[in-house]
Design a protein around this ligand. Structure first.
Ligand code: SF4
Ligand code: SF4
Length: 232
């Protein structure tokens, strides 16, 4: 079987050969080392740019120094400091302002300057993006749209070199990341059902959260790359 799409998510736990630098040798047929070695080589042109190298080194140092000891909050602080950043932005959901308050004070306690913007700032009505009354969470009421492009613009103008996402919704976080000039990292991924712990739906996909599956659920483990991913 010849594959044309990288499919690491189907790599058996007994292989994962890239950890030993042996993907080309021992990786499965859908291993990126086999289906797109040219892509890996091309990416190195960007990876090796000086700023990207600095980011990669700082991230790896934070990983190693705080391994299984630092919380993600601590990792954000240490990463910002290792990068020599002066100013950090917080892009938060309006429901996270109280937690943003704590995060701001923690970042400032490490000598960082902080700017923060809530998603509803500007108070732009949802009608402005073409939504109808029935598309609102509570029809019949004024609802301000989430304004992630403006969050990014304001944090860009404030000179933030690293922006931390705090509870933005799916898609709103995408727009924010797309328009942020500074690096973006996520501290909290919004999940209203799982107390912002979205991995729970994957861990319990075959029991309490079996509703996550679409109509083409594969029959049994281990799952295999889908038909569309192979070339015969
Ligand atoms: S890179 Fe190759 S060896 Fe590593 S997880 Fe992906 S498929 Fe497996
Ligand atoms: S749109 Fe999303 S990020 Fe904005 S207030 Fe609503 S839940 Fe929060």
């Amino acid at each position: 079987m010849t594959y044309q799409t990288p499919s690491c998510s189907y790599c058996p736990g007994t292989i994962r050969a890239c950890r030993q630098g042996e993907g080309e040798l021992r990786g499965p047929a859908f291993c990126p080392s086999k289906v797109d070695p040219g892509g890996i080589a091309k990416a190195w042109e960007s990876s090796s740019e000086p700023f990207n190298m600095r980011v990669a080194r700082a991230a790896a140092q934070v990983e190693a120094e705080g391994y299984c000891r630092w919380t993600r909050v601590e990792e954000v602080c240490q990463f910002a400091k290792k990068m020599g950043f002066r100013k950090v932005g917080i892009a938060m959901c309006i429901s996270f302002v109280d937690l943003g308050h704590v995060l701001s004070a923690i970042l400032e306690s490490h000598g960082l300057e902080v700017a923060s913007v809530a998603c509803k700032h500007g108070g732009v009505p949802k009608e402005r993006i073409g939504l109808k009354d029935e598309d609102k969470v509570n029809p019949g009421n004024f609802e301000a749209m989430c304004n992630p492009v403006s969050q990014a613009e304001l944090l860009n103008r404030a000179g933030c070199e690293l922006n931390v996402i705090l509870g933005l919704c799916v898609g709103h976080d995408s727009l924010f990341a797309r328009h942020s000039a500074g690096l973006v990292t996520t501290l909290v991924a919004k999940d209203r059902v799982l107390a912002h712990n979205p991995v729970g739906a994957l861990q319990l996909a075959d029991s309490y959260f079996s509703r996550v599956w679409g109509p083409h659920k594969p029959a049994k483990l281990p799952f295999k790359p889908a038909e569309g991913r192979k070339r015969t």
